[in-house]
Design a protein around this ligand. Structure first.
Ligand code: ZN
Length: 241
């Protein structure tokens, strides 16, 4: 089985469409979405509809949660807050219903799926470095835990007493290892590469691979301008930060 992992789409329809086309070309069996379908970007309804149609498993992200009123806006910076308020105004009933149905955590086969961290996903902590990661391994029982949230493709490996970060494009997972894998962001990458980011996990080969896909950034930016979304959010798409 080969799984395609998408996360942090953030209402960016051009990025999501480019990634879904790429997944289709590669004949991926199942798509998993790790949350934050909406927030920041100009096409929340279309993105929710596409995820609902294409993803086999989807968990709730903090922006999704804020848009449906489950997480308070005080946790967000002014740009994010403005975009969440805008998203609330335009979100349709179907998208609202779908986001409201999403769980915080899913366990399937040997994979734990969460948006932020496996211990208390509803607290929306950020897992940036190995120090953060060490504490989290005891909170899931599966071999692998897939996350999003920081918008940075990066993995943490654990074997015996050792913990270490891995930034390779291809991750080879040995039977004795446990891994936390951040799949990066489709719609708002923050690792300095503006292209959409997603991942493929090949269960038989025990191999995870990061994929980058170019998309029409200007088109997304133009829609954001028309929607009067914050200029800072529009500009950052170009630099991938
Ligand atoms: Zn996000």
């Amino acid at each position: 089985m080969r799984y395609g992992f998408i996360s942090d789409i953030h209402g960016n329809l051009e990025a999501l469409t480019a990634v879904l086309d790429d997944l289709r070309d590669r004949k991926i069996d199942e798509i998993v979405c790790l949350g934050d379908i909406v927030g920041y970007g100009p096409d929340p309804n279309a993105c929710v509809a596409l995820v609902q149609e294409n993803a086999r498993y989807t968990v709730l992200g903090n922006h999704d949660s804020a848009v449906i009123g489950k997480t308070t806006l005080q946790y967000f910076n002014p740009y994010a807050r403005r975009a969440i308020e805008w998203t609330r105004e335009v979100l349709n009933a179907d998208a609202y219903t779908y986001l409201s149905s999403l769980p915080l955590k899913i366990i399937v086969d040997d994979m734990t799926l969460v948006h932020s961290t496996p211990d208390h996903p509803e607290e929306w902590d950020y897992l940036f470095d190995t120090q953060d990661a060490i504490k989290k391994f005891e909170y899931f029982r599966t071999q692998l835990c897939f996350i999003g949230h920081t918008h940075r493709p990066l993995a943490f490996f654990h074997e015996n007493e050792r913990y270490w970060p891995v930034e390779d494009q291809i991750l080879l997972i040995q039977p004795n290892m446990r891994c936390i894998i951040n799949v990066g962001s489709v719609g708002q990458p923050r690792d300095g590469d503006a292209r959409a980011c997603y991942g493929i996990y090949d269960e038989n080969k025990r191999e995870f691979q990061y994929i980058r896909v170019p998309y029409e950034i200007e088109k997304t930016q133009e829609k954001m301008r028309k929607a009067n979304l914050p200029d800072y959010l529009i500009r950052r798409l170009f630099v991938g930060r």
